[in-house]
Design a protein around this ligand. Sequence first.
Ligand code: OOG
Ligand code: NI
Length: 454
Amino acid sequence: VPVSCFLSSDDIRERFARAMSTMYQAEVPQYGTLLELVERVNRETLEADSALAERLAAHGELERLDAERHGAIRVGTAQELAMLRRLFAVMGMVPVGYYDLSAAGVPVHATAFRPIDEAALARNPFRIFTSLLRLELIESQALRERAAAILARRDIFTEGCRESISLHEAQGGLDEEQAERFIAEALETFRWHRDATVDLETYEALHAEHRLIADVVCFRGPHINHLTPRTLNIDEAQRRMPDAGMNSKAVIEGPPRRACPILLRQTSFKALEEGIRFAGKRQGTHTARFGEIEQRGMALTARGRELYDRLLGDARRRTAGLDNEAHQRVLEEVFADFPDDETVLRREGLAFFHYRLTDAGAAADRLDGADLETLIAQGLVEAVPLTYEDFLPVSAAGIFQSNLGGGQNEAYAGNANREAFEQALGTPVADELALYAERERISRESVLEAMSAE
Ligand code: OOG
Ligand code: NI
């Protein structure tokens, strides 16, 4: 196949995300209801805020407002994780970040497979939060071995999927027909299975150890457990969920509403109880799948992130058991200590920015010894915040918890083990902070170069 016939990885990712959405809406009708709600709130938000509408239009964001931003799966073995790395690579998605959820009582660690370069992110930032079960955290040796044996018997990939991935690796790309085949085959890995691979007793034993363990171990594959569209007003969407028939999670995770949004705010409708046929023809239920929405803000530097983590910690000591409104009020109070002005955030090195020439800058004469602050003050360069493309472990734990039912789980003693995760993955995960810093640096250097005399 000539290289010129290859689809871009961005194209494949976009098509895959769309196919996944179609499948998930058919599997979980309430997810379709959530999409309608989000679409309505987005439309009303744009009607009420013409400046926002113009800004989104100028960046070509209106057409893809309804494209999902992320989804999540959970796998059981190193082999599954390593194969997923190859699968996502076909779509330009690489592992970024390491998330330890054990401290929050969830026996997994995770990464986000996502695009990393500027153009790919602008085109379609679709990511998959991918967790690996940590069997070593199961206390009972008998149960641990039983779970491992069950996982060892399954193959979550179709033969066609493996062939498509190998073909992509050998050729360096896929043409139209090959890409369509890849998408159809890859989708099979993420499909729901009403039939468990185990009998009810085994399910219940694993479930009693941790609901998540049952979710990962007892099925033929790592069903997609949620998808997440972008909302332009998460507070309003959260408010309207109950009237639309959705059982929303108690609180919006992440920072409070701000003039300059930071990081990521998320909420969801809670996972639904669904009928399952167990081996031995017994009927039962399983609760795993939900629908989420997200609203992203700017990426924070290590310094900004430290401040965020500290303030979030302070707020959490005061928010236990509060409803969302009261929870948000406490957050707003505590986050009064987090600067909420773009210039301050930039000058204090709290957030990452992308620098670019304004129209005036592009038309201006080159200058001797131009420095960035002067160029900005003169209106020749502007600084635009970089969007946060990653996840937040405390928020992720909150999402896990509210969808696993029941209360908090005790923290595991095992704690983070990034090395073991990377060993399973077969490669190190990229450092998200380094990625933002690099994008900022490149943009800074390129405006300085464009503005300075030779
Ligand atoms: C993943 C939860 C994490 C998020 O948005 O933080 C996540 C899961 O429940 O498997 O998707
Ligand atoms: Ni999520």
